[in-house]
Design a protein around this ligand. Structure first.
Ligand SMILES: NC(=O)C1=CN([C@@H]2O[C@H](COP(=O)(O)OP(=O)(O)OC[C@H]3O[C@@H](n4cnc5c(N)ncnc54)[C@H](OP(=O)(O)O)[C@@H]3O)[C@@H](O)[C@H]2O)C=CC1
Ligand SMILES: O=C(O)[C@@H]1CCC=N1
Length: 270
C-alpha cells in the first residue's frame, strides 16, 4: 500500500514504524514529508521510507495520506494541500479538535477518517477512536482498521461530538498517568528512597494494580476499600485527597481538556 505521512513527529513516526513492522507497506512505498532539510536529514537517518521536503505531486500519489501535524499548523498545511490530494486517496487525520467538515472543506477532499490515537500506540498498546466522513465506504473502513490495528485497539463511533471527550480521556490520558507516577516518585525521594528504588516501587505498584483491576469482577470502590484498612495509612491519604477536593480538581482538569479540544475546533473551523 502506498502511504504518505505528513507530520513526522511522535505520532507520524509511530505509524511509520508500525506499518513497516506489520508489513502494511514497504520502505519504497512509504513517503515521509519532512518540514525542512534539517528534519529530512534526521528522518533519512531513521531509514523508514523515502524522505522528501514539501508537498510534491509524487508524494500525493498514495492510497493513504496520514495527516499528523499539530492542530495549530493545520490551516497552513491545508492551504498547501488543497487540490493536490487525488480524489480516491483516503486521508486519515489524527489532529486534536479538527472536525470532519473542516477537514473536508479546507482540504477539498471527500474520503476522510478522523482518528484519535494515544501514545501507547508506540508499543501496539494504543487505543484509537475514529469516525469516518459520510462519504467514506466499507473499503475505507477496512483500510483504516487494517492500518490502525497495527498500533493497538480501534473503536469506531458515529457521534463526532464525543471526539472532544475521547481526546481528553484516552488521547491525553497517558500524560495524567505519568503525572501521578511522577508525584509518587518525587515524594518517594523526599522519604529517602534513591531514584532507582523509588521508580521500582511506584512503577511496579501501578503495573500490579492495573492487573488486579483488569482481572477483578468487583467495582473500583470495592478495590479501594480492600486496600484501605480502617484507621490505616491508605485511609489517611484518601481523606487528604477528598478534603482537598482532589476529585473535583481532577474532574475539572479532564473537562478543561475536552473544552480545549472544542476551542481547537473553533480556531480551525474559521
Ligand atoms: N502526542 C500524542 O500523544 C498525540 C497526538 N495527537 C495528535 O497528533 C498530532 C501530532 O502530534 P505529535 O506527533 O505529538 O506532534 P509533533 O510535534 O511531534 O509532530 C508534528 C510534526 O509535524 C511537523 N510539521 C509541521 N508542519 C509541517 C509541514 N508543513 N510539513 C511537514 N511537517 C510539518 C513538525 O515539525 P516541527 O516540530 O519542526 O514544527 C513535527 O515534526 C497532533 O495534531 C495531535 O493533536 C493525537 C493523539 C495523541
Ligand atoms: O495534547 C494534545 O493536544 C494531543 C491530543 C491528545 C494528546 N496529545
Amino acid at each position: 500500500m502506498k502511504i504518505t505521512i505528513l507530520g513526522c513527529g511522535n505520532m507520524g513516526l509511530t505509524y511509520a514504524r508500525a506499518f513497516l513492522q506489520y508489513h502494511k507497506t514497504t520502505f519504497d512505498d512509504l513517503t515521509l514529508i519532512a518540514k525542512d532539510e534539517k528534519h529530512a536529514t534526521e528522518l533519512n537517518s531513521m531509514k523508514l521510507g523515502k524522505v522528501i521536503t514539501g508537498i510534491t505531486p509524487d508524494a500525493m500519489q498514495c492510497d493513504v495520506l496520514i495527516l499528523a501535524v499539530k492542530p495549530q499548523d493545520f490551516i497552513g498545511v491545508a492551504g498547501s494541500l488543497k487540490g493536490k490530494i487525488p480524489p480516491e486517496t483516503l486521508l486519515i487525520s489524527i489532529l486534536a479538535g479538527v472536525k470532519l467538515d473542516t477537514l473536508q472543506e479546507k482540504l477539498g477532499h471527500k474520503y476522510i477518517v478522523r482518528a484519535m490515537p494515544n501514545m501507547p500506540a508506540q508499543f501496539g498498546m494504543g487505543i484509537t477512536v475514529y469516525i469516518p466522513s459520510s462519504d467514506a465506504n466499507v473499503h475505507h473502513l477496512s483500510t483504516v482498521e487494517n492500518l490502525l490495528n497495527t498500533t493497538g485497539r480501534t473503536f469506531m463511533i458515529e457521534n463526532e461530538n464525543l471526539m472532544d471527550g475521547v481526546t481528553a480521556l484516552s488521547g491525553s490520558g497517558p500524560a495524567y498517568f505519568y503525572y501521578i507516577v511522577k508525584i509518587m516518585t518525587d515524594t518517594a525521594k523526599k522519604m529517602g528512597f534513591d531514584e532507582s528504588l523509588a521508580n521500582l516501587l511506584v512503577m511496579h505498584t501501578m503495573h500490579g494494580a492495573f492487573h488486579v483491576m483488569n482481572n477483578s469482577d468487583t467495582g473500583l470502590d470495592e478495590l479501594i476499600r480492600k486496600v484501605a484498612s480502617k484507621g490505616g495509612t491508605t485511609e489517611a491519604a484518601l481523606k487528604t485527597m477528598k478534603d482537598n477536593k482532589f476529585d473535583e480538581i481532577f474532574a475539572t482538569a479532564l473537562l478543561n481538556a475536552e473544552k480545549r479540544s472544542k476551542e481547537l475546533s473553533e480556531l480551525n473551523g474559521k
